[in-house]
Design a protein around this ligand. Structure first.
Ligand code: ADP
Length: 448
């Protein structure tokens, strides 16, 4: 086992990783920008190193500074968390070239899945069903129009290097294809430095259902069931559940068997999530994330497993030590992503938190780096807390969610807590009756 893990991240996920390491008797090194000198992840870590000024490109994305911090502190592994450098294959390569373990998949798999065209090709080859679309990259308006006619409207033009819902444009008629194509390309170029785009049929009422997997370096692959992440705004997840209100155990098992077989075939290792759209009883693969996900806690609550601990164990060369039949699904879990944003306009609301009270009690978990007196800096992602509840049934989890949301106090800054309270009270949400388009309309109704 490692002696010391450097956590190349900040906020709640840095704390999350620290906690898992601490319980394993592994020391931790926090890295931080000057804006985060007083952050909770810095306070709790065994050691900390300042790696640069506030902008992420100078600190949390500053590879030489992070490697120097690992060298100075003698860290033997780096956990990248999510975001920042977590899906940067070159970073993983450099870390390994310095004799430090990267707690994640191999650089080649990060690269393969980071290119969504390559990812889809790979999954198709492995027999995983896809959303119908272009055969790889689309390189001209004419080709985009021809593809749209072939797959049928509406269509979605997507960035090959995409992430965070950016570089995605819908075209509903042939007249809209040219504009959507050009805008998607420009956005992709600006956001990812890569303007390659591809096309998919734009599904009108799918759910977003994803599957959590873990693989060790001995060819053992196990899945931990599905998460339903259909509640999204601008293609970004706000609320997630495990399991999906729409899926039964047989559908989950069938998908799980197919996916674990596919990943074993390519020799995948560590944690990963395969994302699917689910409509009319059919799964269609859209992408794979080669890292820990923000919403991983709902899976942990239902399966009673510590996914970060497993990631660290796998990276240290340990065997999973259990098979698929030992994975149990117990009850239901729901997560709310609480952000420092205005609950109506979604404008970021950084600033000082005057009072902070997190809910507790049976089946309630809060992953947050907030404390009273903390100032949320304006430089980073606006996620400030994840409220996760677990119940033996979905109605019990929902009752617990409402109760916990009522107890939650974050004073001094606006947050999306009021929006989450509204969602939790909604009868359609209570019925589990929603698709990826539901929340957008719900938010619009609230604003009207
Ligand atoms: P990103 O990597 O930017 O998050 P994804 O491919 O994971 O992009 O898609 C993000 C979200 O966009 C999905 O969860 C879904 O809500 C929506 N989406 C993606 N592809 C389609 C599609 N073909 N039809 C309808 N919605 C889609």
């Amino acid at each position: 086992m490692f002696g010391k893990v450097l956590i190349a991240n900040r906020g709640e996920i840095a704390l999350r990783i620290h906690r898992a390491c601490q319980e394993m008797g592994v020391r931790t090194v926090a890295v931080h920008s000057t804006a985060d000198a007083n952050a909770m992840h810095v306070r709790l870590a065994d050691e900390s190193v300042c790696i640069g000024p506030p902008p992420a490109r100078d600190s949390y994305l500053n590879v030489p500074a992070i490697l120097s911090a690992a060298a100075i502190t003698g860290a033997d592994a780096i956990h990248p968390g999510y975001g920042f450098l977590s899906e940067n294959a070159e970073f993983a390569e450099i870390v390994e070239a310095h004799g430090i373990a990267f707690i994640g998949p191999s650089p080649s798999h990060i690269r393969m899945m980071g290119d969504k065209i390559e990812a889809k090709r790979t999954m198709a080859r492995l027999g995983v069903p896809l959303v119908p679309g272009s055969d790889g990259e689309v390189t001209s308006v004419e080709e985009a129009e021809a593809t749209a006619r072939r797959i049928g409207f509406p269509v979605l033009i997507k960035a090959a290097a995409g992430g965070g819902g950016r570089g995605m444009k819908v075209a509903r008629r042939v007249e809209e294809v040219g504009e959507a194509y050009r805008v998607a390309r420009a956005e992709a170029k600006a956001a990812f430095g890569n303007d390659a785009v591809y096309m998919e049929k734009y599904l009108d009422r799918p759910r977003h259902i994803e599957l959590q997997v873990l693989a060790d370096t001995y060819g053992n692959v196990v899945h931990f069931g599905e998460r339903d992440c259909s509640l999204q705004r601008r293609h970004q997840k706000l609320v997630e559940e495990a399991g999906s209100p729409a899926l039964d155990a047989a559908a989950r098992d069938a998908l799980g068997a197919r996916v674990t077989k596919a990943l074993a075939e390519i020799g995948y290792r560590n944690a990963g999530t395969l994302e699917f759209l689910w409509q009319d009883g059919q799964f269609a693969f859209i992408e794979m994330n080669t890292r820990l996900q923000v919403e991983h806690p709902v899976t942990e609550m239902v399966c009673g497993i510590d996914l970060v601990r497993e990631q660290v164990r796998i990276a240290a060369g340990q065997k999973l030590g259990y098979g698929q039949e030992e994975v149990r699904f117990d009850g239901h879990a729901i997560e709310c992503r609480i952000t420092a944003e205005d609950p109506d306009t979604f404008m970021p609301t950084p600033g000082r938190v005057h009072a902070y009270h997190a809910p507790g009690g049976l089946g309630v978990r809060v992953d947050s780096a907030l404390y009273a007196g903390y100032s949320v800096p304006p430089h980073y992602d606006s996620l400030v807390a994840k409220l996760v509840v677990h119940g033996t049934t979905r109605p019990q989890a929902l009752a617990r969610l409402k109760r916990a949301l009522d107890e939650f106090v974050i004073d001094g800054i606006s947050t999306t807590l009021p929006l989450h309270r509204r969602i939790a009270e909604d009868p359609e949400f209570a019925a589990g009756d929603y698709t990826i388009h539901w929340l957008e309309r719900f938010v619009a109704r609230g604003a009207a």
